[in-house]
Ligand binder design. Structure first.
Ligand SMILES: O=C(O)[C@H](O)[C@H](O)COP(=O)(O)O
Ligand SMILES: [Mg+2]
Length: 299
């Protein structure tokens, strides 16, 4: 049973109980480029109390560096080494687990942030934002040249998805022996400032259906994301809390990592998802409406 936070002492107790605060981004700190009311103040409040803050996002459209630019633009204090995105975690996984030989490369369905993280890890790639792949022209195999050095397809949120990218990814996954199918995350939807949009999971879904197989998923709730954080950031799981808006990523991620979980209702999950007759079996430790509720502890 979740504990529903409501009084100033409820919030004050949580502030005392946890030293490390892991924040999901989309649906917790912002919706698209629209900040959640109170997010800036509460993050400031945590920093004033010397809390360790980490940002843990499945959004693979940005690199750690370009996320820092977004934080700066929105007036939110953040440091690159506090930011852990699924693009970064995927690039680290490919470089440290798959250990691609130098001449090998990956085919990307995704955006500049994912490409940047792959480059930072020294991973060669094709596809992605290449204008040749962003075409809306019909795709034909007649002139398609299979690059036999492609050993993995990496798929993240890609707002310029098209038939050419899906078709090329499909060729590599079916014709290059052992070609790995990797997705940055599997979020079904994305909470933009003006409502829900298809998420990364909806981008890779056509490939899963065409291939009849599931990919390796790197982002929350997968352990690979936690491994990536633990390799860089030290924290005591017993005094750490994960703040998220999605039950099957953020809350499961916290539970799998042995850390406490706080669900906010400013993103994907609504009241009826956790209280109605069809309430989810995923039960967070704590629930509050918004991260802004912690302002009530300000003296
Ligand atoms: O891939 C997606 O669908 C979105 O990026 C999704 O919103 C994940 O972002 P997060 O909530 O983990 O910041
Ligand atoms: Mg979210």
């Amino acid at each position: 049973m979740s504990s529903r936070l409501s009084t100033p002492s409820d919030y004050a107790q949580l502030l005392d109980k946890y030293d490390t605060w892991m924040f999901d981004c989309d649906g917790v700190l912002w919706q698209g480029d629209k900040l959640i009311d109170g997010a800036v103040e509460v993050l400031q409040l945590l920093r004033e109390r010397n809390k360790k803050i980490l940002f843990v996002t499945n959004n693979a459209t940005k690199s750690r560096k370009s996320y820092k630019t977004k934080f700066d633009h929105l007036g939110v204090e953040a440091h690159v080494d506090e930011i852990f995105g699924s693009a970064y975690a995927t690039a680290v996984y490919i470089s440290s687990v798959l250990k691609l030989p130098k001449e090998k490369k990956v085919y990307v369905i995704g955006m500049a942030g994912l490409e940047e993280e792959l480059s930072n890890e020294g991973i060669a790639y094709i596809g992605g934002t290449d204008p040749v792949d962003k075409t809306l022209e019909p795709f034909s195999l007649e002139n398609f040249e299979l690059d036999t050095n492609v050993v993995a397809v990496v798929c993240g949120l890609d707002t310029t998805i098209n038939y050419t990218k899906l078709s090329k990814a499909f060729q590599y996954l079916t014709r290059n022996p052992g070609c790995q199918f990797i997705v940055t995350n599997e979020d079904s939807t994305y909470p933009s400032a003006h409502g829900l949009l298809p998420g990364a999971g909806a981008i890779s879904a056509p490939l899963r259906y065409a291939l009849g197989k599931d990919p390796i998923s790197i982002g929350k709730p997968a352990k690979t994301m936690l491994d990536c954080i633990q390799a860089k950031a030290h924290y005591d799981p017993t005094r750490t809390i994960m703040v998220g808006d999605r039950l099957n990523t953020d809350i499961l991620f916290g539970q799998a990592g042995g850390i406490s979980t706080l669900l906010v209702l400013t993103g994907i999950t609504s009241e009826e998802d956790i209280t109605g007759p069809n309430a989810s079996a995923i039960v967070p430790d704590f629930v509050t409406s918004s991260i802004g509720d912690f302002r009530s502890t300000e003296k």
